[in-house]
Design a protein around this ligand. Structure first.
Ligand SMILES: Cc1cc2nc3c(=O)[nH]c(=O)nc-3n(C[C@H](O)[C@H](O)[C@H](O)COP(=O)(O)OP(=O)(O)OC[C@H]3O[C@@H](n4cnc5c(N)ncnc54)[C@H](O)[C@@H]3O)c2cc1C
Length: 293
């Protein structure tokens, strides 16, 4: 199939992107890596009159430290983030998550912001950003606003972005030293979208008790960050019994849709297994000061 005709803009400045979005709103779509949008156009599931290509704007392709946080401009390619030494040093959870995103050819074109704005329920980066308490900086002609990850993902393929808004940057706060991390998932073949997966962070205090826990499951309407897991573990020893209880608590209220690849019940069971694996691996790394084991 070929897409319906569309006009194409390739601005060089963020301000021009914002102006075009203000002018065309609902009739336009941001084009980033095209790895999700182009198939939708080719199948004519989307028929925008105009595409605004954001990959020619230098300011939108950048990774930098800012006041201790990691700031990723939205059109940064996934492969660039995967190879970033700064990210590997301070936010290795993102690198581990990226290795599960499709195949290297797709990551070479797909952008970080495109994955987040597309909000596929099985996507890895939204779950990783939720775990990391990331903040999303949005801009439009009416002004700029910042939305925390917990409010950004609204439903299947739906985010807080308005039609005239650009996702400009993603800001990831620093992690306490020695935080253990893990991203695990199960897919039928490597590179396929996951049937289930989990991202975890564990920080221990000086006595070896859990000081901070963050666990997110992917595969439901939005990335599912479980407050119950945090309640089970924070202030308590991360022994095997507590990890098993925390993984079980994580799937309370978790409602993935079933399909031909797996029923809802199967996906809940898989998510619990993934949660336990992620917690165990994050704990191992917390014991080695946050380094890979
Ligand atoms: C075969 C295949 C396998 C894949 N497997 C996986 C996988 O396992 N896991 C996974 O997570 N993804 C997977 N993907 C999707 C891939 O990661 C895409 O790159 C990603 O979903 C979209 O990023 P993009 O830059 O290509 O965005 P595009 O396709 O260009 O855009 C996607 C959507 O986001 C909007 N958008 C993009 N950037 C912005 C912005 N800055 N501001 C506002 N709106 C914006 C667009 O308007 C569009 O609606 C796969 C893709 C393919 C083709």
């Amino acid at each position: 199939m070929k897409p319906a005709p569309f006009a194409y803009d390739a601005p060089r400045e963020t301000a021009q992107v914002v102006e075009l979005l203000a002018k065309y709103g609902d009739d336009a779509k941001v084009l980033a890596g095209g790895q999700s949008l182009i198939p939708l156009l080719n199948f004519r599931l989307a028929r925008p009159d105009r595409l605004i290509d954001v990959t020619r704007v230098p300011a939108l392709s950048n990774i930098e430290p800012r006041d201790g946080s990691l700031v990723i401009a939205a059109a940064t390619r996934q492969a660039t983030l995967e190879r970033s030494a700064l990210t590997a040093q301070g936010w290795p959870l993102l690198i581990e998550a990226l290795r599960y995103v499709a195949h290297s050819q797709i990551r070479a074109l797909g952008t970080v912001g495109g994955s987040v704005a597309h909000a596929d329920p099985a996507a890895e980066l939204p779950a990783a950003f939720m775990t990391l308490d990331a903040r999303f900086h949005l801009r439009c002609a009416r002004g700029a606003r910042t939305v925390p990850a917990a409010e950004f993902f609204v439903s299947y393929f739906t985010t807080a972005l308005e039609p005239d808004e650009l996702l400009e940057e993603i800001e990831v706060p620093p992690l306490p030293g020695g935080t253990g991390y893990a991203f695990v998932e199960f897919a039928r073949r490597h590179g396929d979208f996951a049937l289930g997966g989990a991202a975890a962070l564990i920080t221990l205090d000086a006595r070896g008790m859990c000081r901070h826990i963050s666990l997110t499951l992917l595969g439901a309407e939005t990335p599912w960050r479980s407050p119950q897991t945090e309640q089970v573990l924070v202030g308590n020893p991360p022994d095997e019994q507590n990890l098993v209880e925390a993984a079980h608590a994580a799937v309370q209220g978790f409602e993935p849709s079933g399909d031909i690849h797996g029923s809802t019940e199967y996906r809940i069971g898989l998510a619990e297994t993934m949660a336990l694996r992620a917690l165990r691996r994050a704990l191992d790394r917390a014991h080695t000061g946050g380094r890979p084991t």
